[in-house]
Design a protein around this ligand. Structure first.
Ligand SMILES: [Zn+2]
Length: 130
């Protein structure tokens, strides 16, 4: 693979290592051609942290108190609205038919928490919101 050879060869005088993926890039390069991360103005091989776009913890907490709110925080507005309406309907159902209604509400609430948390993580992994 030519890509691997490129990684292993010694860097030349006008080159440096990408701080993010370690690929050899030109010293005057602004963005690493391999990983797309900005290299200009950053110390080489620094252990800098990629900023989180959405906090999975905050998203979880918001949906914990109000189902759908974590989804709105994740900028999934339609999903958030649907979750809120569903939560209200299931709550009403739980009041009317306490057994099954309560179970359905609880299951939905759990899914809502899971979705809020996982979606925030996915957003951070892909590096952009939409
Ligand atoms: Zn790179």
């Amino acid at each position: 693979m030519s890509e691997q050879n490129n990684d292993k060869r010694e860097k030349r005088e006008d080159e440096m290592y990408c701080a993010s993926c370690g690929a050899i890039v030109k010293k005057e390069a602004e963005i690493c051609v391999k990983c797309g991360v900005r290299v200009k103005g950053l110390p080489p091989r620094a252990n800098y942290v990629i900023p989180q776009l959405k906090s999975p913890g905050a998203s979880l907490l918001l949906s914990f108190f109000i189902p759908g709110l974590g989804q709105i925080y994740n900028e999934e507005y339609k999903k958030g609205a649907v979750f809120m309406i569903t939560a209200v309907l299931l709550w009403k159902l739980a009041e009317a038919v306490s057994g099954i209604g309560g179970v359905l509400f609880f299951v939905f609430w759990g899914c809502n928490l899971y979705d809020a948390n996982v979606t925030a993580k996915k957003i951070n992994e892909r590096g952009f919101i939409k």
